[in-house]
Design a protein around this ligand. Structure first.
Ligand SMILES: Cc1ncc(COP(=O)(O)O)c(C=O)c1O
Length: 414
């Protein structure tokens, strides 16, 4: 008789009783959808994937070799939670050069991807029922991270200059409970591709200062600008006051490294986030942090690599915009982002893009339906399109298929 069968209690239902905070938590709609897009021959505009052919594989291999040769066992040892000091120094220099953000290495915390930063800030600031102000539509990963802490959302609409500051001021003036945080992606937002204009950045700072609301500025795409002028970050404009700034190497080098940073001028906040990270993973990989540093300190550093990516992504964006003009039926519209990886398309009101995806999968093209990005409202006719991960020819063919799918749907096909 097997050991399992000898037990006196026959278990015919799960013995796991989940924490209340898991009630609202769903698997990310994007991850579920990505499964569909992994089918062979599908042209996918669904993921947020950078172009793998642009990853600096050889240079990074050399950086890893250098680290192991020069640092030896230290690169394989446990390390401090705050992060590898030379990397934190590099981050503060890089943010000064590229973004005019003034911070010292002891205000920088290295994290295991920006996604961890969202989780840590949620963990440290949010009690169940606390309010977070977000743009609508908002980054799904942030909603997922804050959902785990049972946050509720105050959603503020956007136009082509970003979050509507009049609405933000009105919402705050009327709020019965003070929100704990404003979360924003000001550059080439995920999912919309929209950039917050300079006057709105200043208004956001003034409104939040008036109400004592901290701003969480999530900036993974700021360096990926293909047209227009670089805008100062909110954190730089606010001199870091009551701001949390976050960025990552995921879009400027490669996402598999899982290296990102939080910048927190507020000492009390920093000192809460460090033990929260310690409880989560002790520290970000010593080896990877050192390798990122060895890669970044090369002449030209990260910016030299970014320069090689920009023309490729710019061309792909342009090819997608031109193909949308050519192939999408009347009544569809889309954003024209100046950078980043995504654009956001709106179909005629009668189109439900979740239903459309099933039809699209049959024609072997994929996108992300927009509904999960909308908070506290039911908007069915939007979709996110990624332009960084497919070749020019694939973009043309994929958008041609998508145009056919929308036309077929509107003609009654399901
Ligand atoms: C706005 C935003 N924040 C955070 C992340 C997560 O980035 P990371 O790879 O650094 O975890 C992403 C990834 O797409 C993103 O778009």
């Amino acid at each position: 008789m097997s050991f399992a069968a000898q037990g006196t209690h026959k278990i015919d239902r799960s013995a796991f009783r989940f924490a209340e905070r898991m009630n609202g938590l769903k698997a990310s709609a994007i991850r579920e959808i990505l499964k569909v897009t992994e089918m062979p021959d599908v042209i996918s505009f669904a993921g947020g994937l950078p172009a793998p052919e642009l990853f600096p594989v050889e240079q990074f291999a050399r950086a890893c070799q250098e680290v192991l040769t020069e640092d030896g066992p230290a690169a394989l040892q446990y390390s401090v939670t705050e992060g590898y000091l030379p990397l934190r120094q590099w981050v503060s220099d890089y943010l000064h050069e590229t973004n005019h953000i003034e911070c010292t290495p002891d205000q920088v915390l290295i994290i295991s991807g920006s996604q961890q930063g969202l989780d840590l800030i949620g963990k440290v600031l949010l009690d169940p029922g606390d309010l977070v102000i977000i743009e609508n539509p908002a980054y799904l990963g942030a909603i997922q991270a804050f959902d785990a802490y049972q946050a509720r959302y105050v959603n503020v609409g956007t136009d082509d200059e970003g979050i509507l500051t009049d609405d933000l001021a009105r919402v705050l003036a009327q709020a019965k409970k003070l929100p704990k945080l404003l979360y924003l992606v000001p550059n080439f937002q995920n999912p919309s591709g929209i950039t917050l204009s300079l006057p709105r950045r200043k208004q956001v700072i003034a409104i939040c200062a008036e109400h004592g609301i901290p701003i969480f500025e999530d900036d993974p795409y700021g360096r990926l600008r293909y047209s227009g002028d670089h805008l100062p970050s909110i954190t730089a404009l606010a001199s870091g006051l009551n701001c949390i700034y976050m960025s990552t190497v995921s879009k400027t080098i490669a996402p598999g490294m899982r290296v990102a940073w939080l910048v927190m001028q507020d000492r009390a906040l920093y000192e809460k986030v460090v033990p929260a990270k310690q409880a989560a993973d002790l520290h970000t990989s010593s080896l990877t942090q050192r390798a990122v540093y060895a890669y970044a300190r090369r002449p030209g550093g990260v910016e030299a690599h970014v320069k090689t990516m920009l023309p490729v992504y710019a061309r792909r964006r342009d090819v997608m915009l031109k193909s949308l003009e050519e192939f999408m039926p009347e009544g569809c519209s889309w954003t024209r982002p100046q950078g980043g990886l995504f654009l956001w398309a709106r179909m005629p009101d009668s189109v439900d893009t979740q239903e459309l995806l099933a039809l699209a999968a049959r024609l072997k093209v994929a996108f992300v339906p927009g509904a999960p990005f909308w908070v506290n409202c039911d908007v069915r006719n939007t979709m996110r399109l990624n332009f960084s991960n497919a070749s020019d020819d694939m973009i043309v063919e994929g958008i041609r298929r998508l145009g056919d799918v929308v036309e077929a749907y509107m003609a009654g096909a399901r």
